[in-house]
Design a protein around this ligand. Structure first.
Ligand SMILES: NC(=O)C1=CN([C@@H]2O[C@H](COP(=O)(O)OP(=O)(O)OC[C@H]3O[C@@H](n4cnc5c(N)ncnc54)[C@H](OP(=O)(O)O)[C@@H]3O)[C@@H](O)[C@H]2O)C=CC1
Ligand SMILES: CCCCCCCCCCCCCCCC(=O)[C@@H](N)CO
Length: 306
C-alpha cells in the first residue's frame, strides 16, 4: 500500500510538471502567419507549408519580382478562398527568417560586414517582433520564430560576423520568452544546418575552405524538411528547434538555462549532458585538424608560387 501511494504521487507529480511545462498546441488552420524573407529558400518553403495546412500567409522581402513569383506559387496551394482574403487580421505567428551570411577570415572581412550582419540578421528580427508583440499580448495568442543557425550555437571558422549575429538572436529569444510566457506566447529559436537554398548557393561562391569542410559535418538539408520541422516545433511551443543528429547533439549540449518546454527533453538533457560533452571533444579535435591541414596546404601552395 505504501509503495502504491508513493508511485501514484510520483506519477501525479510528473503529470503536473509535464502539464506546466508543455504549451497547448496552436493550430495552423485559420491562423495568420507573417514570414520575412518568404520569397526564397527556407522562408518560401515555410509559406508553402503553412498555406497547405490552412493558414493565411503574408510574405515580406525587398525584391518585388521574386515576391510576385513566390506569391503565384503559394496561391496554387491555397485550400480555401478565406485564405486569400485581403484583410488577414492580426499576426498569430511571426517568422523572423530574412537573413544573409558573410564568410571570410576575421581580419579580411570589411568592418562594415559586422554591422550589416547585425542589422539584417538581428535588428530585423527586433523590429518585426516589436511590430506584432503588443497585439499578440492583447489576444493572449502567438508564436514568434527566430531563424538562427547551427552557427548560432557553435562559433565556426569563417563566421565571426555571421555567428555573432545569430548568437544575438538567442539572447533576444530567451529574454523575450520570459516576458511573453504569461501571455501564452511562445518563442522558438531554429538552428538549421546548411540548407539547399538560393542563399546557400550564393554563400558557396565566397566560402572559405575550412568553413565548407567543417559545415559538411552536419550535411545539407532540403528547405522543405527544415521548414516543416521548425513550424511544427513552434506550433508545439518548443523553444529550441533542431534537425538531424548533429542538430540534436548541439541543441542539447548548448541548452544552458533555456526555457524547458518538454519534461521528457529536460530529463534527457540531465542524463546525457556529460556524455555529449565527451562526444564534443571528437568534433573539436576534428575541426582543429581541418583548420591545421588547410593552413599547411595554403602555406605550401604559397611556397610553390614564390
Ligand atoms: N541556407 C542555409 O544554409 C541556412 C540558412 N539559415 C538562415 O535561414 C534564413 C533563410 O536563409 P535562406 O533560405 O538560405 O536564404 P535565401 O537567400 O534563399 O532567402 C533569403 C530571403 O530573405 C530575404 N531578405 C534578405 N535580406 C533581406 C533584407 N535585408 N530585408 C528583407 N528581406 C531580406 C530575401 O529576399 P530579398 O533579397 O528580395 O529581400 C529572401 O526572400 C536566413 O536567416 C539564414 O541565415 C540558417 C542556417 C542555414
Ligand atoms: C556533441 C557535439 C556535437 C557537435 C556537432 C557539430 C556540428 C557542427 C556543424 C556546423 C554546421 C554549421 C552550418 C551553418 C549553416 C549556415 O548558417 C549557413 N549555411 C547560412 O547560409
Amino acid at each position: 500500500m505504501f509503495w502504491f501511494i508513493v508511485i501514484c504521487c510520483i506519477i501525479i507529480f510528473f503529470v503536473l510538471v509535464s502539464r506546466y511545462l508543455s504549451p497547448v498546441r496552436l493550430e495552423l488552420n485559420g491562423s495568420h502567419v507573417l514570414i520575412t524573407g518568404g520569397s526564397s529558400g527556407i522562408g518560401k518553403a515555410m509559406a508553402l507549408y503553412v498555406v497547405k495546412h490552412g493558414a493565411s500567409v503574408t510574405i515580406v522581402a525587398r525584391n518585388k519580382i521574386k515576391l510576385q513569383e513566390a506569391k503565384a506559387e503559394i496561391e496554387k496551394c491555397l485550400k480555401n478562398s478565406q485564405q486569400a482574403e485581403n484583410n488577414l487580421g492580426p499576426v498569430d505567428i511571426l517568422i523572423n527568417n530574412a537573413g544573409t551570411s558573410i564568410c571570410g577570415v576575421f581580419e579580411e572581412l570589411d568592418k562594415s560586414e559586422f554591422q550589416k550582419m547585425m542589422d539584417i540578421n538581428y535588428i530585423g528580427g527586433v523590429y518585426m517582433t516589436r511590430a506584432v508583440v503588443k497585439s499578440m499580448k492583447e489576444r493572449n495568442r502567438g508564436r514568434i520564430i527566430f531563424v538562427s543557425s547551427q552557427a548560432g550555437q557553435i562559433g565556426l571558422f569563417g563566421y565571426t560576423a555571421y555567428s555573432a549575429s545569430k548568437y544575438a538572436l538567442r539572447g533576444l529569444g530567451e529574454a523575450l520568452q520570459m516576458e511573453v510566457k504569461p501571455y501564452n506566447i511562445y518563442v522558438t529559436l531554429a538552428f538549421p544546418p546548411d540548407t539547399d537554398t538560393p542563399g546557400f548557393a550564393l554563400e558557396q561562391e565566397t566560402k572559405v575552405k575550412e568553413t565548407s569542410l567543417i559545415s559538411e559535418t552536419a550535411g545539407l538539408l532540403s528547405p522543405n524538411d527544415v521548414a516543416q520541422k521548425v513550424i511544427e516545433d513552434s506550433l508545439n511551443g518548443k523553444f529550441l528547434s533542431h534537425i538531424g543528429i548533429d542538430g540534436y547533439l548541439l541543441a542539447n549540449i548548448t541548452c544552458g538555462m533555456s526555457p524547458t518546454t518538454s519534461l521528457l527533453e529536460f530529463i534527457q538533457q540531465v542524463l546525457t549532458m556529460s556524455v555529449f560533452r565527451l562526444v564534443s571533444l571528437f568534433y573539436i579535435v576534428k575541426f582543429d585538424s581541418i583548420v591545421q591541414k588547410c593552413k599547411q596546404e595554403r602555406e605550401s601552395a604559397k611556397l610553390k608560387t614564390s
